[in-house]
Ligand binder design. Structure first.
Ligand code: MRU
Length: 323
């Protein structure tokens, strides 16, 4: 099932806020509809946001420079968003066909995901136990995904993985999206709460951790969904490889380290009220709701892009990719 479809001049978006209970496509029309879809996570996952925003730049009859700034402001951490809108603005200034450019971004993502999945799969063995966090699958990209790509490709090639997915508080991308995607693909998946990953690692059930990323600094620090850095620290403790999978466009060489990455902060009510019948804390209770945290480069065993596998020392490996 495609999360983003462009057919006969109309863009269809699978509304991820309704999953796994309802599979419904929406058709954004105005710039506000596109902004709302990105902000509220009807479309989410760094590459998917970029693809969606590229279509917005192509389809909306608006001043392209202001449209770019408006869309970019919807989610500040995922670099793929501003990367895609910058590419579309350049195409506009060069007089290119914008629909063709958006379709090219979409198709290139499919190729990238396939390559990332192949590289990732080369690091795994049949029967491995895998931990993943958030959702870095086809829903977050165009197909296969990044963090889930090796699992979905591996399934096609006859591998049998045993996957544990953290539910990923507060917006439950692991529970709502990853378990949904892996179940549909016929992959063995077990849902756990975020605070259970240490136990399954200790029990020897995990051979590798696979996650996506929203922005990667030049030194290899990576911004990933909130909670990912905890899994990386645990993996280091238990001697389990921790792999970050992302397109090359996720590397932001203008950020020297993770300290330069702007972390999106979301409404604290997401913690208290979303997915619960009744609020779980008093209205006046303060919340702190950062959407991402930064995983230090030294905790990462390898960063896998479509250009290959970068192992430690990661900073030097990324620099070689850039040069
Ligand atoms: O807030 P989200 O759901 O957009 O966060 C998504 C993630 O953190 C993904 O793991 C990341 O964007 C990589 S998606 C291939």
């Amino acid at each position: 099932m495609d999360n983003i479809k462009y057919e006969n001049g109309t863009l269809y978006l699978l509304d991820q806020t309704l999953l796994p209970n309802e599979e419904k496509y929406i058709t954004p029309k105005s710039k506000e509809d596109y902004f709302f879809a990105i902000k509220t996570l009807q479309v989410r996952g760094a590459p998917a946001i970029g693809i969606f925003a590229a279509y917005a730049m192509a389809l909306l009859d608006e001043n392209k420079e202001s449209l770019k700034s408006y869309l970019d402001s919807a989610r500040p951490t995922a670099v793929n968003l501003s990367w895609a809108t910058a590419r579309m603005l350049k195409a506009y200034n060069e007089g290119k066909n914008l629909i063709e450019e958006a379709v090219a971004i979409h198709n290139e993502d499919k190729e990238m995901c396939r390559k990332i999945s192949e590289y990732g799969l080369s690091l795994l063995n049949d029967g491995d136990g895998i931990l993943t966090h958030c959702n870095a699958g086809a829903l977050a990209t165009s197909n296969y995904g990044t963090g889930l790509g090796p699992l979905l490709l591996g399934k096609e090639k006859g591998y049998n993985f045993k996957v544990f997915t953290d539910e990923t508080r507060p917006l439950l991308q692991g529970a709502r999206l990853t378990s949904y995607e892996l179940e549909k693909a016929g992959i063995d998946v077990t849902l756990i709460c975020d605070n259970m990953s240490s136990l399954v690692m200790k029990q020897g059930k995990i051979n590798a951790v696979l996650v996506g990323a929203d922005r990667i600094a030049a030194n290899g620090d990576t911004a990933n969904k909130i909670g990912t850095s905890g899994a990386a620290i645990l993996a280091k403790h238990y001697g389990i490889p921790f792999y970050v999978l992302a397109p090359y466009s996720t590397i932001d060489f203008s950020c020297e380290t993770g300290k330069d990455i702007v972390i999106e902060e979301r409404d604290g009510d997401e913690i208290k009220t979303m997915f619960f019948e009744k609020p779980t804390a008093l209205k006046e209770t303060k919340c702190f709701n950062p959407a991402f945290d930064v995983t230090d480069s030294e905790l990462i065993s390898a960063i896998i892009t479509e250009k290959g596998i970068v192992k430690q020392p990661i900073k030097e490996g990324l620099k070689k990719l850039y040069d």
